[in-house]
Design a protein around this ligand. Structure first.
Ligand SMILES: CC(C)(COP(=O)(O)OP(=O)(O)OC[C@H]1O[C@@H](n2cnc3c(N)ncnc32)[C@H](O)[C@@H]1OP(=O)(O)O)[C@@H](O)C(=O)NCCC(=O)NCCS
Length: 278
């Protein structure tokens, strides 16, 4: 992927993943800035994992993979709808997986697209089921915020590093600033755990223990604007600490795309992974 491919790759992703429908309240310009900035960030940190597919002289597919401290993760995998099912995805995934050579483990957060799940399983990944939760937080269920949860800044990034290493064997610190630049807030509980949330929806949470994870998830949910819907994605099998909180908050569970893993990925709990940065 070259720098000049970034806007086209972002448009393919917007169409393939979101059907060109922006988030409520987000303008098309703001969405494009956010989408392009995520792609440009990863192209800069991981040029060997950034690929596009061209047909008829234009970009019709893209894959982005990152490697952090020996962990490979797939951040983006999309083919324009009109070109799907013709083997372009296979070539893109093979290219992105070439960047995994030497990595100790590999992680993918799958969509529910049968084509995506087929590709990942056939690439030797093992499937772990996941659910998502969504709805309006029941304010009367909110516990008082844990007294040691506090808002943090880019300057507190080192507090997150060992927690990330405990759950997935790799830091998130190079990527969190990109979330903070696009409307996300970082909350920490001492050096026990952290959550990055946007209007209450956790975009990444990791903790040393389930009690800390629950306090952080409650703090995020408590920051949702009254009456607004929040979404909690990729609650994978074994993360019943999160299921307990979202049900207490009266959110509804539904099936989500599974998580696919290969090699040594760490315990992956207590953990709500980041879509773009895992
Ligand atoms: C996932 C995606 C990137 C794959 O790219 P692609 O070019 O469509 O993939 P390929 O054609 O290489 O492979 C698709 C596989 O699914 C099979 N397939 C095609 N249509 C299918 C269907 N309706 N149901 C199940 N399998 C199907 C194909 O036969 C092929 O398998 P095979 O190579 O073993 O025969 C693309 O389909 C896409 O953009 N989907 C929407 C966005 C998305 O969900 N991305 C994944 C994010 S995690």
């Amino acid at each position: 992927m070259r720098a000049e491919d970034v806007p086209a790759a972002d448009l393919v992703a917007f169409e393939a993943l979101w059907g060109m429908v922006p988030r409520p309240g987000e303008t098309l310009e703001a969405r494009a800035r956010r989408g392009q900035s995520r792609i440009a960030h990863l192209r800069a940190t991981d040029p060997g994992g950034a690929w596009v597919a061209e047909a008829d002289g234009r970009v019709v597919g893209a894959a982005l993979a990152l490697v952090r401290e020996g962990l490979w993760g797939l951040s983006l995998f999309v083919v324009e709808p009109a070109w799907q099912g013709e083997g372009i995805g296979r070539d893109l995934l093979d290219a992105a997986l070439g960047y995994a050579d030497g990595a100790r483990g590999a992680l993918i957060l799958s969509s529910t697209d049968p084509k995506a799940m087929r590709r990942y399983a056939r690439a030797g990944f093992a499937l772990r089921p996941a659910v998502a939760a969504a709805g309006i937080v029941e304010r009367s269920a909110l516990p008082a915020r844990h007294p040691r949860v506090r808002a943090a800044t880019g300057g507190d990034l080192e507090l997150t590093e060992d927690v990330s290493r405990a759950v997935r064997g790799a830091t998130h610190a190079p990527d969190i600033p990109n979330l903070l630049a696009h409307g996300y807030e970082l909350l920490v509980l001492d050096d026990r755990g952290f959550v990055v949330h946007r209007d209450g929806a956790p975009g990444l949470l990791a903790a040393r223990d389930e009690e800390t994870a629950q306090a952080l998830l409650w703090a995020a949910l408590g920051a949702s604007p009254p009456g607004a819907s929040v979404q909690v994605d990729f609650i994978s099998a074994g993360q019943d600490w999160a299921v307990a909180v979202v049900l207490e908050a009266r959110l509804a569970l539904s099936p989500d795309g599974p998580i696919f893993v290969r090699g040594d990925v760490g315990p992956l709990r207590p953990y709500l992974p980041s879509g773009p940065y895992l």
